[in-house]
Design a protein around this ligand. Structure first.
Ligand SMILES: Cc1ncc(COP(=O)(O)O)c(C=O)c1O
Length: 391
């Protein structure tokens, strides 16, 4: 009998593995200082505190049971209180939904909010994890550029004036990955007004908001409109392995996400939800812990930025690194950062070329530099190596 090979779904045809994941395989060499990764520093994760919380959680057999699809109730309660304080309006528990990292919220939301061919507006450069999700959903993706004040809301207004009707606008509002910038307060207000006038959802993707260095991040976009679906996560302040993210959204969105979450994985892990609850309610400990991360990352960020500015002068312009994990840098003389990468690896430094984040064909002279996992002398040495490669 002849053999007929079973097919994969047609929607997979246009999907590619993230260029960054492929690149990270190349950069994982002991002699290379990698500014390419996008990971928080494992040495700053509260391992002992998590172990104590896990031991306490395991005293109760219920923690090994399935839990409710929207998440462990006590975790939803503590997050509702935190988000109430952050957004500045009462957020009921029913509007908080726990996901397997905020990435799962993106993926479930794409299914809940988008029909195939629906228009999604993203930022350019974009968070590639969002691009992957929206592409997999069969969305039509149109990008709006970033500048130093975040998404160019004026460019979005032009698209709307030209008749574009997005279902969703996705924005990384604070300490952008990869762009390093924060959406200015007046743009937040305008974006919310546009969402209400034109009937689209805003996904405010905010895993970095608590990692500010000099001044707290502005009020969330969710403070300005109920059409904002706000995402955040403990990945960057506690540990990604907990896979605890959350969504704040109107009840009907939460109920739709609940239906899909049941199909995706039934529920999250009661064990990690309970660990997260323990740590988030230990408020004095948490405040000291987050301050320690801010201080460490802030010091690293400043030494990276200082080294780039001192070493390259006008040849490279870079963001100020006011929070988060990334600096975005542009060669002003047109140096092609993809072409430069092999020489940089030979010199012992890695970064992600800007083109990896480009929705358009742009950012050929840009790069994303991650400062979280190297100490200050190593970051300075990395910039010296980069200068050698770019001579
Ligand atoms: C902008 C943005 N959103 C979402 C995520 C997903 O994070 P997690 O699923 O760990 O919460 C990341 C991770 O790097 C990110 O940079």
């Amino acid at each position: 009998m002849s053999q007929t090979t079973p097919a994969l779904a047609g929607k997979l045809a246009g999907l590619q593995s993230s260029a960054i994941r492929d690149l990270l395989k190349l950069t994982a060499r002991a002699d290379v200082v990698s500014l390419a990764g996008g990971l928080p520093d494992a040495a700053l994760m509260p391992r002992e505190r998590i172990a104590a919380a896990a031991a306490a959680a395991l005293d109760d057999a219920a923690v090994l049971q399935y839990t409710e699809s929207p998440g462990w109730p006590a975790l939803r309660a503590v997050l509702a209180a935190r988000e109430t304080a952050r957004i500045g309006r009462a957020v009921p528990e029913a509007e908080v939904f726990i996901t397997h990292g905020s990435q799962q919220a993106l993926s479930l939301l794409a299914e809940v909010l988008l029909d195939p061919g629906a228009l999604v507006i993203v930022e350019d450069p974009a968070y590639v994890g969002a691009l992957q999700v929206f592409r997999a959903a069969g969305a039509r993706i149109v990008a709006v550029p970033l500048d130093r004040d975040g998404m160019r809301v004026d460019a979005l207004e032009e698209l709307l004036a030209a008749g574009e009707r997005p279902a969703v606008v996705h924005t990384v509002s604070n300490f952008h990955n990869p762009g390093g910038v924060t959406l200015a307060p007046e743009r937040r207000r305008r974006l919310a007004e546009l969402a209400e006038a034109h009937g689209f959802w805003i996904i405010e993707d905010d895993p970095y908001g608590e990692l500010w260095f000099d001044a707290p991040a502005p009020a969330p976009i969710a403070a300005y409109s109920p059409q904002v679906i706000r995402l955040s996560s403990v990945s960057k302040i506690l540990a990604p392995a907990l896979r605890v993210g959350w969504m704040v959204a109107p009840d009907r969105v939460c109920r739709a996400v609940e239906l899909l979450k049941q199909g995706a994985d039934l529920c999250g892990s009661a064990l990690t939800h309970r660990i997260a609850t323990d740590l988030l309610t230990d408020t004095d400990w948490l405040a000291a812990h987050v301050t320690a991360i801010r201080t460490a990352y802030g010091t690293r960020a400043k030494s990276l930025v200082d080294a780039v500015r001192t070493t390259f002068g006008d040849r490279v312009s870079c963001t100020d690194a006011t929070g988060g994990m990334f600096v975005w840098a542009d060669f002003t003389d047109g140096t092609d950062t993809s072409a430069l990468l092999p020489a940089a690896l030979d010199a012992g430094v890695a970064y992600v070329p800007g083109s990896a984040f480009a929705v358009s064909d742009a950012y050929r002279s840009s790069m994303r530099l991650c400062f979280t996992t190297s100490d200050e002398p190593t970051l300075t040495e990395a910039v010296t190596r980069l200068a050698k490669a770019a001579e």
